[in-house]
Every structure is written in structure tokens, then in C-alpha cells.
Design a protein around this ligand. Sequence first.
Ligand code: NAD
Length: 501
Amino acid sequence: MAPSEAVAPAIEVRSPADGRLIATVPSLDATAVAALAARGREAQPAWAGLGFEGRAKVLSAMQRWLLENAERVIETIASETGKTYEDAQLLELGYTVSALSFWSRRAAGYLADRRSVVRAPLLAGRRVITRHSPRGLVGVIGPWNYPLLNSFGDAIPALMAGNSVLLKPSELTPLTSLLVAEALRECGLPEGVFAVATGAGETGAALIAVVDFVMFTGSTATGRRVAAAAAASLTPFALELGGKDALIVLEGAPLERAANVAAYYGMINAGQSCVSIERVYAQASIYDELLEKIVAKVTALRVGAPAGPASVEVGAITSAAQLELIEAHIADALAKGARVAVGGHRRPGEGRFFEPTVLVDVDHGMRCMMEETFGPTLPVMAVADADEAVALVNDSPLGLGAAVFAADSERGEAIARRLDVGAVCVNDAAVNYFVLQAPMGGHKQSGIGVRHGAEGIRKYCSSQTIVISPRLMLRREPQFYPYTRGSAKLVRRLLNTLYRR
Ligand code: NAD
């Protein structure tokens, strides 16, 4: 069944910036998803057969296509998310072209056969080959906050590894993925190798049942459901989930840069980034100065419907449910004694917008410090010293990333090593996401598994070990049947000689 014939109800895609209906897409049921999966499986062996070079050719063509059609790509992303031109351009398009370039060049090296010779005394001389072969059909389930980066972005290494990919984008933002499918076809990707299954949670659940690996990016709550469903079929998976990334700023740190980093990475994509700064811990001695700088910078931000480059810094809140959650976190904080230094309200009128907000007098009894807010809000809390900051960062069920500013980089690194999170940026924030050779994944409830680096592509493969013993060997080795007292003694003597120290 072609996706267009699929079952009602269709999904309406509306602009978060003005509520306008942009498109309707089908909601695929389990039968339609299974049909796409079957086509993907059929197409996969020939795709794998093209080899790394053949596949890189198609993905390099896609890289060029994205840049040649940049305006169309940015416009599509912005229309369904309400994000700014700049956030769509740098974070979505920028990441994706760099990922296409990275994986096209690096996949072959990461997935090359590894050969070695065994040195363990009892097996000495055996040759070992470890190889990675594509799993077959990879299912990618994506969120709405980065419809290109967090959906197609995770499909790129899967494709370079020789898999077919079935992508289930968020029901709020399916149009970018449909554009990607069209572009890949134009770039020569064989029919069936990449397909988009539009729909909501049920479509995602149907996908888990028919793929060989699930790459999920989304909330921790949905991640649990995905893990439970994958457990039923023992389908391997990776989960990239929510974050509550903290920024620590200590005495001696460059405060002007730290404040710029807090404002930018706190408000980037209207705060709707898994790795955005969601809480700031500032040493008491520099708290006032840092806060003043942050408040000034956040106050200067323009919020509203993006209209091309340089129109606003903070765009729309893509999901209606998210906007309610942001308001709930602010209300909870205010009820418990926090104060708003700037912002604090939903913008009246058309579209979903929330004022860039700085909260003070916050503590860990408040939701805004303990749960992912995913909005343009920045609670700033004073701490006595680095030890208290470290303890508070680690006092969280989430552990995606963190950022540290200290008097010098060595001190920053020492603090980074004490944080229970998947990545720490020193003198910076969030940039690890663009460091494609380094694994990126969350600790605790922020995820299982990683993207990027060797593990980020090997997860899309089944590994196989081949051990080759010499052709000419004893016809009967001492440990073979029948068991005799002599052979048992011999084995004991060998073990003692080799290992008794
Ligand atoms: P979500 O969990 O609501 O939805 C994510 C995807 O899962 C959507 O496509 C949705 O349709 C699908 N889904 C829902 N129920 C499902 C089910 N039972 N089975 C299979 N699929 C199902 O997340 P969201 O609100 O779209 O995205 C925001 C969240 O994503 C935030 O928590 C954010 O931190 C997280 N995120 C994490 C990363 C990361 O790399 N760690 C990156 C981006 C976003």
C-alpha cells in the first residue's frame, strides 16, 4: 500500500507561529508500516552491495542538494516548528550537511574488518576477524524540536552502514522528513531504501515491531514505552531522551562569555533543545554580576513569529502541550518563592510564544530545577563553591550534558570529571553535539546508547567474530574425548604453569 492510500485520520500540520494549516499527511496504520518495512527489506541487500563508496556518492549528492535548496529546507523546517531562520540554518541544516560529510568519509574506517592474532597461550596462533554487517532495516523515531537533525540526522550513519531506514517523524513536524525523502530520491537513492511513516504514537509503536533496530529520540516517558515494546520482540535499541543541562560558573571565570553562553544556549531554539542550558549555578561571589549580565542579554532578545533572517532571536513553542508545561513550571516556581527577573509570560495573540525568562531565588524543591522545562527559561541559583555546584548538578534524574566555566580550563576539566552526565563542555556549552567523532548520549534517565563516534555507527550493525585456527593441527587435542586421567592432569599442569603466579 502506498503511504498516500493509507488510513484516516489524516494529520493536520499547523504553523505554531500563526496557527495556519500548512498540510495534511496520512496517519499510517500497522499494515501500511509493515508494507514500507517489507519494501525496505527488499531494497536493502542491493544498497549494501553498493559498498561504502557507492553509498557515499548518494549521500554526498544529498549534501549538495541540501545546500543548493537551503532556502526551501529552512522554510519547510521553520513553517512546521515556528523556529527562527538562524536556528533552522545553523543547527538543522548545518548539522546535517556536516554529518553527511562526516559519515560519508568515516563510515568505512569505523566499520572495517578488524584482524588480529590471538596471543592467549591456549589459543595462540588463531587468527580473529571482527566484522560489522548492516542489521537490515533500521527504524528511526524522531521528536518535533529538530525535525531534520534528530530524524534524518540519525538515519545518515544507518544508511552509510548499508541499512534501509524507516523514519517515523513527530506528528507535529512530518513535512521536513517528507522533503528529505523526495530529495534522496532525486539524489539517486534506490527506491525503498528510505521511507517515511507519518503518524503519531501508534505508528511509532507499529514500527518497533517490524525493524531490526530502533533509534529513538524523544521524551524520557515515551522512551520507557519504546524500551518496553522493544523488549517484547528483543529488538535492539538506542534512546536519546530528555535533558536538564546545567551551567556552572565559578569565581575567576570570564563572566561576559559565560553570560553570553547562558543566554544563547538557554534560549536557543526557544529552549526546545535536549542540550539547552536549563539551569545555572553561579558561585555566590560572582552571582550578582553574572545575573545582571544574563538578565540584560535576555531582556534584549526579540520574541515572535520569525520572518526570515535577523527578524527575531526566539521563535515559537512548537507544541501546545509544551507551552502548558512551561507555564506550569513557572507557576510552580513562583508559588514556592521564586521571582521572575525578566519575562515569565506566554505572549498574548496569535501563535504560541513564551517570553525569554530568567528566574531567581530558585531551589531544588521546584519543578523548574528538577524536570525538563524545554522552554526559553533560565533559573539561576547561587552556590557557595564548586562542591555545592557539583552536588546540585548531580542531584537530578537526568544526565545528558553540562557546561562549566571556571578560573582556568584545568579546573574546568577537573569539575567536568565529577559530573554524572554524558558530555561536558568547558568554557562553552552544547557544542559536543557537533563533535561527530565523539560519542553523545545521556547518563541516568537521559538515554541508553549513543550517537556519533564509532559506537554511533556500529550500533546499526551486527558484529560477527570469525576465528580461524591453523589448517594443520593435531588430529586429536589432549582435551578431546575420551576424558582420561592423563589428560585431566595435563590440563591442570598447563593451567598451573601458565597462570599460577
Ligand atoms: P515524544 O516522546 O513525545 O515523541 C517522540 C516521538 O515518539 C514522536 O515521533 C512520537 O510520535 C513518538 N511516539 C509517541 N509514543 C510512541 C510509542 N508508544 N511508541 C513509539 N513511538 C512513539 O517527544 P517530543 O515531545 O516529540 O520531543 C521532545 C523530547 O525529546 C524532549 O524530552 C527532548 O529532550 C527530547 N530530545 C532528546 C534529544 C537527545 O538527543 N537526547 C534530542 C532531541 C530531543
